[in-house]
Design a protein around this ligand. Structure first.
Ligand code: DGJ
Length: 731
């Protein structure tokens, strides 16, 4: 059993970690341990009680003055319980004030992993069934219960958490803040690693030592956002890629989030993460419950690579549902950077023919095929085919593409409306807008009020009609603005604080209807590139467009940062034209291929304009990608050289599970006259095996490669590609 319970001590074991909590003598649920796997020993001996000035005592404990929730590690701290640190719940439970005090009530252990209706969550699978622990807390006064859910996947080495608030009072309660989990770590100084960014520059890794006080990361944009990613790591200050302790929390949510790390007066660190509470409130009527989104916790005693590999594997096996997760993904060509809005049937067919010649697998028709949409001022919401632009029906185009042996993909942006659209003219109240206030436009568009059932149904029905008729094989679901003008005409005044979360629930409901109706469809999500690149989206789509920035050098940092929390097979990465449309930089075609092959590979350029030389290189790239695709899908990924620290070169590596095959790829950033020698050290090999460098035929032991290293090739010119393929051979 992964869950062991004795004397109200709850010990959760995964392959390499142990998580423990306990009901103490005051009937409070305190957290006693999370870290390297140990046994079921009651770890509360780690906590030293003492009289601590200005840290109050809960009723009944004030004689000894040593029991204070202001100091104790807790599982679910609540506002008003005497703990002045960041908390998980703030709610008016009926009395008009926001204080609560939740004591242990009961628990239950169940086989299999819990799920959360309407929200993404890790699930039980043949690979790993998981177990559920549910601990129920009850407020000291009101009939309000909090159900703490723990999903323990022993083999996958992860623990998931979520909370459900249940109102059993006779009246309404009003939640103003609810976090999904709290992680109280005792002594120790931690670095916080997080992934900030911007449009076309997502998931830039930043590592800072946590100061005393509260450090917070949040997105108030109604989406998980380009600016801050809902994935954080706490690491020992000495932790590296291959050594040291680290913990991660990945929030499975595509809306605004709030993560706070507080180092308190006693040098203890608390991490909480949940729905953004900046503009949130939720009314729970008698008998109703509210479920938080899920958080996935991971621990590694062996550095960041191990942490990421654990997450990659767990996400692929028990979070991504798509049948595509284990299938060879089509190598696609997307027409966006090739044509933008300026396409017609002829140039699409020309691109498709060239794609077939090059041995590509799929043509994706991006923005501009519907309604009146020749620029980004109009058309969103009108999901009917512009047959004039396509010189015929979409079905005819798709048939022609299919007949060339290619599959076909189509772009949608279902959550948006243009004011210049039939939909807006008919239903102006279907956009989110605040009565009496001017609207903020972004990319000239407005968010649809998808919290309204009739709106989501209308949009999805239009989409289904198009897909049923044209038989597309792939859908790209885009989302090109932050949520704003947040007011729903369909909700009463006192429920407007619910709109942000209802919006996210609506996105999930719409996506669910799509994946249920077309189980074989390859679904790629996108939000102006990687504005919603998080674990919540991966429950619906096995791949996400990583960034609108296709510059190979900028991508080094974006893909590096993304790899900490998300599988490489989920990262959409394409070769585009140079000078690059976003950065203006020129890089060798081969380098662009190397960088794009650390993801779901494709092209995003006008194939007709490629030189013969580039076509030849593209053919080789495609072959090479096909040779290593299984490693991208299911190999172990190692970040060998950090692009934020090394200005000379960047390297990464894939290793097959049986350690018999490995590919090291990278980019030599700058040319050097009379160059130095740079060694690199492959990871994760079998020290005793012999590996042949396929390019040179030279054979090395795993030990030599990993310990003594290998020199990088001497290249000339900036941005040169690096690739080594090693295969185990008999001695
Ligand atoms: C943003 C996406 O990230 C791009 O790939 C492209 O689909 C455009 N939107 C189309 O408007």
């Amino acid at each position: 059993m992964a869950i062991n319970i004795k004397n109200q001590i709850f010990t959760l074991h995964t392959k390499n970690s142990t998580y423990q909590m306990k009901v103490d003598e005051q009937n409070m649920l305190i957290h006693t341990y999370y870290g390297n796997r140990t046994d079921d020993t009651d770890c509360s001996y780690l906590i030293r009680m003492a009289d601590r000035g200005f840290s109050g005592n809960i009723p009944g404990t004030d004689r000894e003055r040593v029991y204070s929730l202001d100091f104790l590690p807790q599982e679910f701290p609540v506002y008003g319980d005497g703990d002045y640190r960041v908390d998980c719940l703030k709610a008016d439970l009926g009395s008009g004030v926001q204080d609560g005090m939740f004591f242990f009530d009961s628990y239950q252990v169940r086989e299999g992993k819990y799920n959360i209706p309407g929200l993404p969550a890790f699930f039980s699978s043949e690979k790993s069934e998981g177990e559920t622990l549910e601990i129920v807390l009850k407020d000291a006064v009101e009939e309000v219960y909090v159900h703490l859910l723990y999903g323990v996947f022993e083999e996958l080495d992860i623990i998931t958490r979520a909370a459900v608030v249940e109102n059993r009072t006779e009246g309404d309660i009003q939640i103003s803040r609810i976090m999904s989990a709290c992680l109280d770590l005792g002594m120790g100084k931690y670095d916080l690693i997080h992934f900030y960014g911007k449009h076309a520059g997502e998931r830039q890794m930043e590592r800072n030592s946590l100061p005393h006080g509260i450090t917070e990361l949040r997105s108030t944009r109604g989406t998980s956002s380009h600016q801050h990613n809902p994935f954080v790591i706490l690491a020992d200050k000495d932790t590296t890629e291959s050594t040291g302790e680290c913990y991660s929390a990945s929030f499975l949510y595509s809306g605004g989030f709030h993560a706070q790390a507080e180092v308190d007066q006693f040098n203890q660190t608390r991490l909480v993460i949940g729905i953004d509470d900046y503009d949130f409130s939720w009314k729970l009527k008698k008998g109703e419950s509210f479920s938080t989104p899920e958080v996935c916790l991971t621990y590694s005693a062996d550095g960041f690579s191990k942490l990421s590999q654990t997450l990659h594997q767990a996400i692929v096996s028990n979070l991504i549902r798509s049948c595509w997760k284990d299938r060879v993904r089509p190598i696609l060509v997307n027409n966006w950077e090739a044509t933008y809005f300026d396409f017609n049937k002829d140039n699409l067919i020309a691109i498709a023919k060239e794609a077939a010649e090059l041995n590509l697998d799929m043509l994706v028709l991006d923005d501009g095929w519907f309604g009146k949409r020749d620029d980004d001022f109009s058309g969103l919401g009108d999901w009917f085919v512009n047959e004039k632009k396509l010189c015929g029906t979409l079905s005819e185009l798709v048939k022609e593409v299919h007949d060339m042996g290619l599959s076909f993909g189509l772009w949608f942006e279902p959550e948006m409306i243009s004011e210049d659209s039939d939909l807006y003219r008919e239903h102006p109240d279907w956009a989110l807008k605040i009565p009496g206030r001017a609207m903020n436009r972004s990319r000239h568009q407005l968010n649809l009020d998808i919290t309204r059932k009739e709106v989501r149904e209308h949009i999805m029905n239009q989409i289904f009609k198009v897909l049923d008729a044209c038989k597309a094989d792939y859908v790209k679901w885009d989302m090109n603005r932050s949520v704003d003008n947040v007011f729903s005409a369909a909700l009463p005044k006192e429920r407007q604080g619910e709109v942000y979360h209802r919006y996210v629930l609506a996105v999930y409901e719409m996506m669910e209807s799509l994946v249920q109706r077309y189980p074989d469809l390859l679904f790629e999500s996108c939000s102006g590139g990687g504005g919603r690149f998080e674990a919540g989206m991966l429950y619906y789509s096995p791949q996400i467009w990583c960034s609108d920035n296709t510059d190979a050098i900028d991508r080094l940092k974006i893909q590096y940062g993304t790899s900490f929390g998300y599988p490489i097979s989920a990262m959409g990465a394409h070769v585009s034209v140079c000078p690059n449309h976003q950065s203006g930089r020129t890089t060798p075609f081969e380098t662009r291929g190397i960088v794009a092959s650390a993801g779901t590979f494709g092209y995003e350029l006008d194939l007709m304009k490629m030189s013969e030389e580039e076509k030849k290189t593209a053919r080789e790239q495609i072959l090479k990608y096909k040779e290593m695709e299984h490693l991208v899908q299911s190999g172990d990924y190692y970040r060998l050289v950090n692009p934020f620290e090394n200005n000379n070169h960047v390297l990464w590596q894939f290793v097959s599970k049986d350690k018999k095959e490995t590919v090291v790829c990278g980019v030599r950033l700058h040319s050097e006259a009379n160059p130095y020698i740079y060694l690199f050290y492959p990871q994760g090999l079998d020290a005793d095996l012999h590996y042949e460098d396929i390019a040179t035929g030279k054979v090395y032991t795993g030990a030599a490669l990993m310990k003594a290293g290998l020199p990088l090739p001497l290249t000339t010119g900036d941005y040169q590609p690096i690739r080594f393929t090693f295969k185990a051979v008999e001695k």
